[in-house]
Ligand binder design. Structure first.
Ligand SMILES: [Zn+2]
Length: 224
């Protein structure tokens, strides 16, 4: 399975006629009959929080695309509102993301690689988590023994420690990649255990940082 961090995915739809119909009706009811279908390009937004940037994309060539939101941990496959075959469109989207990843260093790194990079960076003083990272890590450690952590536990912690924007991009990516591995069919048990052990170690290291040493950010106000 490939797992890739993407920027913004743009998708094509041919069916925004209902929205434009409302506009047209407001203007002139006699002109609605000739309203043509029109290609529109939309950013692909998270099915839950509507964030449209830096999702984790995953799947194998020939499969439909699966996305994991870096902000709220939602896992989803896009629903197509336009014409054409939805499964085919989702396969194409995955192929495009894989092709694009070939040109960008680091975008295709695995979950354990990312967790290890953050752990090493934190230990070496090269990466500093945010207040929200610390909150997320604290909640994660309070939930379950590491080997029993599931994707819904992780996404629950992500959602409980919003607002969006104060969690670091790096920790969000590591959590989203971990969720992606956990939901993928045919999970390799030993890889999964190593990944969750690394996640636990990273969370413990983050919570060990004194809050005064964390960068000043707006304190999260969302409650669990
Ligand atoms: Zn989301």
């Amino acid at each position: 399975m490939r797992q890739i961090k993407v920027g913004r995915i743009l998708t094509r739809s041919t069916d925004d006629r209902m929205e434009r119909l409302a506009d047209r009706l407001a203007e002139d009811a006699s002109s609605v009959a000739d309203l043509p279908a029109q290609d529109v390009v939309r950013p692909l937004a998270c099915a839950r929080c509507q964030s449209d940037e830096q999702h984790i994309v995953q799947g194998r060539p020939g499969e439909e695309i699966t996305l994991v939101c870096r902000w709220c941990g939602q896992v989803w496959t896009p629903e197509w509102r336009g014409g054409g075959d939805a499964a085919e469109a989702n396969q194409t989207l995955l192929e495009q993301a894989i092709a694009e990843a070939e040109t960008k260093a680091g975008s295709g790194a695995g979950a354990t690689d990312i967790l290890q990079v953050l752990l090493d960076g934190l230990t070496a003083g090269e990466w500093t988590p945010t207040d929200a990272d610390r909150l997320t890590a604290t909640q994660l450690l309070s939930e379950l023994p590491p080997e029993e952590v599931t994707e819904s536990v992780i996404s629950g912690c992500m959602r409980a420690t919003l607002p969006y924007g104060s969690r670091s991009e790096q920790f969000g990516e590591a959590l989203a990649r971990t969720i992606g591995v956990l939901v993928a069919p045919g999970l390799d048990g030993s890889y999964g255990r190593r990944m969750l052990a690394l996640l636990t170690e990273l969370a413990r290291t983050i919570t060990a940082v004194h809050p005064d040493d964390l960068p000043a950010r707006p304190a999260p106000t969302a409650s669990a």
